[in-house]
Design a protein around this ligand. Structure first.
Ligand code: HEC
Length: 115
């Protein structure tokens, strides 16, 4: 009985660690997409977390406090900014087929870390 309990606790802890790791990998993947010119290249227009690697980054607003946004709102913004802002100068990364849904989800995981 005690052994089973210990095993259960051990497996609960290890699955927590695995989820934590997977979430962290997703954030890293999203950050890479955000920063890389041939992928999202978001950094070309947005300052984020004190970083701007690719020029003035002044076309789009400095990204901050995004951790407060619901994930779906962030997804929609990246998928197609025109739904919330018909005169947006930000391209529709999802609608244009530049980023897949799973790539956008990774970007969203990264955006959720932006304070
Ligand atoms: C060509 C420049 C450009 C690029 C590239 C770009 N954006 Fe934007 N972005 C904008 C502009 C301009 C706005 C403000 C207008 C709006 O909200 O639609 C904006 C707004 C946003 C907002 C809302 C910010 C707020 O505080 O309201 C988010 C989130 C965002 N962009 C994320 C991204 C992500 C993620 C990428 C890369 C996949 C990206 N942007 C690429 C120009 C750009």
């Amino acid at each position: 009985m005690r052994l089973i309990k210990k095993l259960l606790i051990a497996s609960a802890i290890s699955s927590l660690a695995v989820t934590g790791l997977a979430a962290n990998d997703l954030v890293k993947k999203g950050e890479k997409i955000f920063m890389t010119k041939k992928l999202g290249n978001c950094i070309a227009c947005h300052d984020v977390n004190g970083k701007n690697l690719d020029g003035p980054g002044s076309m789009g607003p400095k990204l901050q406090y995004l951790s407060a946004w619901p994930e779906q709102a962030l997804f929609d913004k990246v998928y197609d900014p025109y739904t919330t802002n018909p005169i947006s100068q930000m391209p529709a990364f999802g609608k244009n087929g530049w980023l897949s849904d799973s790539e956008i989800k990774a970007v969203v995981a990264y955006l959720k870390t932006v304070n």
